[in-house]
Write a protein that binds this ligand. Structure first.
Ligand code: APR
Length: 254
């Protein structure tokens, strides 16, 4: 008998059993066990680097080489890391229920590498390039940044296809995310500090629409008081157990 670490309330067990529309929001914490640093907290990226110097369009225009150097550094970390059991559990879960929407704030592409097919990327993808001038996606990605800022065929500068501070999120992704949150009967907020909007509004919208709100984190967040259940611990350990529990609950009703 595996030593399960999660303890579910009766209401959580019922929510798992009866769910037909599951919405998931992931943050950097889901990738922490893959060895990729989160943004906030003592080891977070923002404790070592200044986001205003690296993750906004003004910084890029002023010093594109510095910004590209930082994103290549992060690309190397991501490509040399592996998705963890939390990513894999979410990919398995998606295969077993049509009403399953995965929304991520992460730009590392780990959900797709773990096998998730339907991923709403709210903040873009660090491995993709976008042309500053013509908007072309995907040019010049195969060549790692060394010294010269990559250029699009149109002559425009290429940038990482991520959402920087102060920029609008991709409209279609945002619409799809809020529609899924409103339609959810079970919403999981996993590995996010839940403070960066508009993503942080998604759990609130789901809860207001009647969803059972379940949070997974290694520590309480601003969202925790609103959650119907808070599962404290690493998502790489909790998610496989939660998926197993969901499967067991479903087996009982089928
Ligand atoms: N399992 C679960 N949660 C974890 C784990 C883990 N192994 N490790 C860390 N966490 C939690 C932390 O406690 C924290 O609440 O993950 C959360 C990470 O929070 P942030 O670093 O703020 O990352 P995130 O919430 O994704 O940030 C949102 O802010 O900087 C922007 O665009 C960036 O997408 C990012 C957005």
């Amino acid at each position: 008998m595996s030593s399960r670490s999660i303890i579910l309330s009766d209401s959580a067990r019922a929510a798992l059993r009866d769910s037909s529309s599951i919405c998931i929001l992931t943050g950097a914490g889901v990738s922490a066990e893959s060895g990729v640093a989160t943004f906030r907290g003592k080891e977070g990226l923002w404790s070592k680097f200044r986001p205003e110097e690296l993750a906004n369009i003004q910084a890029f225009i002023q010093n594109p080489e510095l910004v590209w150097e930082w994103y290549q550094y992060r690309r190397d970390i991501v490509t040399n890391a592996q998705p963890n059991p939390g990513h894999v559990a979410l990919a398995q879960w998606e295969k077993r229920i049509a009403g399953f929407t995965l929304i991520t704030q992460n730009v590392d592409g780990f959900h797709q590498r773990a096998g998730s097919r339907r991923v709403i990327e709210l903040h873009g993808n660090i491995l993709r390039n976008r042309c500053l001038k013509c908007g072309n996606i995907g040019a010049g990605q195969e060549v790692p940044f060394k010294e010269k800022v990559p250029l699009c065929d149109c002559g425009g500068m290429l940038r990482p296809d991520v959402v920087w501070f102060g920029e609008m999120l991709p409209a279609q992704a945002l619409n799809d995310a809020f529609a899924a949150a409103e339609a959810a009967d079970l919403f999981l907020s996993i590995g996010t500090s839940a403070i960066v909007h508009p993503a942080a509004s998604l759990p609130e919208v789901a809860k207001a629409s009647g969803a059972f709100l379940l949070e997974i984190n290694i520590e309480p967040t601003v969202l925790t008081p609103m959650a119907d259940l808070f599962l404290e611990g690493p998502s790489g350990k909790i998610l496989p157990e939660l998926f197993d529990e969901w499967m067991a609950q479903r087996a009982n009703v089928e």
